[in-house]
Design a protein. Structure first.
Ligand code: HEC
Ligand code: HEC
Ligand code: HEC
Ligand code: HEC
Ligand code: HEC
Length: 271
């Protein structure tokens, strides 16, 4: 009897220590990449995985424990024997796609196109989530803001993988049907419309414009060409020179600035 009470109490203690990962010490215990001698559970519950620490984490800090993220390779063949080389999706046949098949993480962080157009960090997508809360228990249909079982908020993906919003552009049809009428050139309109764009901390704005001038598939790639969702992303509508004073109905609720965490921080001279 005594033994079982003792076991119960120690179990309770373990559960209590697990339930508040970041509450007792706000700062990560991890100062430098080499200081990673934490055991599995301490590492998994390290404050670096949670807000507020994750917002400031560098790629180097994450990679100190997650080196595999950039090293893993895709299989040469699928389990059924289809060679990866031959299993190409249509966008992988466009000239913006280079090299052999790569993992999801490598495609966003280290492949040539990714490095040229983007500068995403681990924390652009990973904003911290509690592994024990990936699904609400009991299920709660009222809680609409819950991104069920996702480690990453899919709205982040939607920015570059949404549908091409041709209706609000006043185009007669989806880009793949009407592109020839517009010389397959987004800049026909976008050299004067919504020109204040891409000035966020995870994109290379100048490189995007330069590449887009040569090939509108670059633009289309992030605005409908790799569409994983049926909806479009409601982009912020940054004012641009020559913008009309009247706001179209669809744009009435649009923000005029990118989300705060994406704003480029000006480095102050004193720091
Ligand atoms: C001290 C080592 C360490 C550091 C630093 C670290 N992690 Fe982890 N991380 C772990 C361990 C251990 C796990 C549990 C792995 C598992 O269960 O497969 C984990 C799990 C994860 C998971 C999966 C969570 C889940 O719900 O299953 C993600 C995503 C993740 N880490 C991202 C990050 C990011 C992003 C950073 C940088 C901000 C980071 N990690 C920094 C050790 C670390
Ligand atoms: C483009 C967005 C994006 C970026 C950038 C990104 N991740 Fe992820 N990561 C994801 C998604 C999506 C998953 C899968 C989540 C799920 O299964 O719910 C994932 C899964 C993971 C996992 C757990 C599963 C696994 O594959 O082991 C770890 C660990 C992880 N990421 C670490 C990192 C680290 C470290 C970095 C920076 C070097 C990084 N991620 C950058 C989107 C991203
Ligand atoms: C800032 C823009 C951006 C964001 C945000 C983004 N992606 Fe991507 N994604 C790209 C680009 C660009 C490519 C093409 C890379 C290439 O062809 O080398 C790509 C490619 C992909 C691919 C195809 C990979 C392949 O090998 O064919 C998948 C799947 C994908 N993204 C899923 C996601 C998911 C899921 C998220 C959110 C966690 C996400 N992306 C967020 C820009 C983005
Ligand atoms: C015929 C002119 C025209 C062409 C061609 C065109 N656009 Fe647009 N686009 C517009 C107009 C007009 C708007 C809405 C401007 C506003 O905010 O009032 C717009 C808006 C957008 C938006 C913002 C959508 C939102 O929800 O805020 C994106 C992204 C965009 N265009 C991308 C592209 C890309 C990529 C291409 C080429 C594949 C392209 N456009 C070709 C006229 C055009
Ligand atoms: C690597 C992916 C990527 C590429 C390539 C890309 N865009 Fe974008 N675009 C985005 C993202 C992400 C945003 C939203 C950024 C933000 O939050 O301000 C955006 C926003 C926009 C907007 C809305 C501008 C506003 O008012 O803030 C327009 C218009 C647009 N893009 C057009 C283009 C055109 C034209 C090209 C080619 C020259 C292009 N995009 C290439 C990812 C991309």
């Amino acid at each position: 009897m005594k033994a079982s009470i003792a076991t119960f109490i120690s179990l309770l203690l373990v559960m209590m220590s697990l339930s508040s990962p970041a509450a007792d010490h706000q700062k990560t215990t991890l100062k430098k990449p080499e200081e990673k001698k934490l055991d599995y559970h301490r590492a998994m519950w390290d404050p670096i995985h949670f807000q507020p620490a994750i917002a400031k984490a560098t790629n180097e800090q994450c990679l100190a424990c997650h080196k595999e993220i950039l090293e893993r390779k895709v299989r040469k063949t699928s389990p059924a024997g289809v060679p990866a080389k031959k299993a190409l999706a249509w966008y992988q046949t466009l000239n913006t796609y280079q090299g052999p098949q790569e993992t999801f993480h490598r495609r966003h962080l280290v492949t040539p196109l990714a490095k040229k157009l983007m500068k995403m960090k681990c924390t652009t997508c990973h904003q911290g989530e509690n592994p024990r809360e990936e699904a609400p228990i009991p299920p709660d249909q009222e809680n609409q803001s819950f991104t069920l079982r996702k480690q990453v908020n899919p709205k982040t993906c939607l920015m570059c993988h949404g549908a091409y919003p041709y209706k609000i552009m006043g185009l007669p049809g989806p880009w793949n049907e009407v592109r020839d009428q517009f010389q397959n050139n987004c800049l026909l309109c976008h050299s004067t419309i919504r020109t204040n764009r891409h000035k966020v901390n995870f994109l290379n704005a100048d490189a995007i414009e330069e590449a887009g001038k040569k090939d509108s598939d670059v633009c289309y790639g992030c605005h409908g060409g790799r569409q994983w969702y049926r909806i479009s992303y409601p982009y912020p509508r940054h004012p641009w020179p020559g913008m009309s004073k009247e706001t179209p109905d669809w744009a009435k609720n649009r923000p005029t600035e990118s989300p705060r965490r994406f704003l480029i921080q000006e480095k102050s001279a004193s720091k």
